[in-house]
Design a binder for this molecule. Structure first.
Ligand code: AR6
Length: 180
């Protein structure tokens, strides 16, 4: 079991710079591109990502909260972008925790479907959407661990923290898992 934890890597930096099979985007329901990591990914990927998001919008109206869709990476180093929509934090018992967990699991399931072996996640919902960073980190790690129980092909999962606070939270959290 513990060997599987080694699949997870933690880094601090800009997810758009990663040379990897897929990066995950913290998108909005309309897949329009926005601020934060979404803005950076759309800017970095260029028209190719915008055009594919438009097609998805026309086909299925965008992406529901907790679900995930895929485009190619356009001008990014990553081959693919998996766009998932995190929940807006409305307090405990609003169902936000389950939606956030679904973001991680649905993104990973989609990756497996597309034979993606290496994937990087930002800290979904912890910026504009206001999810508490420590709770979001716990949900991210536990959802990934759950997925890894019957993982069928993912070789590396990189958790990308942009700011110090999230990086410190994840470092502590993964340290606890690793010491088990
Ligand atoms: N690389 C990695 N992480 C980043 C980067 C980057 N380049 N830039 C920001 N982050 P947010 P959300 C971190 O707000 O809360 C958009 O407008 C950031 O520090 O990007 O899910 C969408 O269109 C934070 O930890 O996403 C939606 O409307 C994390 O990414 C809405 O924001 C997520 O912050 C989604 O809000």
């Amino acid at each position: 079991m513990s060997i599987k934890y080694k699949i997870i890597e933690l880094i601090q930096g800009d997810i758009t710079k990663l040379k990897i099979d897929a990066i995950v985007n913290a998108a909005n329901n309309g897949l329009f591109g926005g601020g934060g990591v979404d803005g950076a990914i759309h800017r970095g990927g260029g028209k190719e990502i915008d055009d594919q998001c438009k097609l998805i919008r026309e086909r299925q109206g965008g992406c529901k909260t907790g679900e995930a869709v895929i485009t190619t990476g356009g001008n990014l180093e990553a081959d693919y972008v998996i766009h998932t929509v995190g929940p807006v934090w409305n307090g405990e018992k609003s169902g936000a925790e389950e939606f956030l967990s679904s973001c991680y699991k649905n993104s990973l399931n989609l990756a497996v479907e597309k034979n993606i072996e290496t994937i990087a996640f930002p800290c979904i919902s912890t910026g504009v959407y206001g999810f508490p960073k420590d709770l979001a980190a716990e949900i991210a790690v536990s959802s990934i661990m759950e997925f890894l129980k019957d993982n069928t092909g993912i070789k590396k999962i990189i958790l990308v923290c942009f700011e110090d606070e999230s990086f410190k939270i994840y470092k502590k959290l993964l340290g606890l898992y690793n010491s088990n």
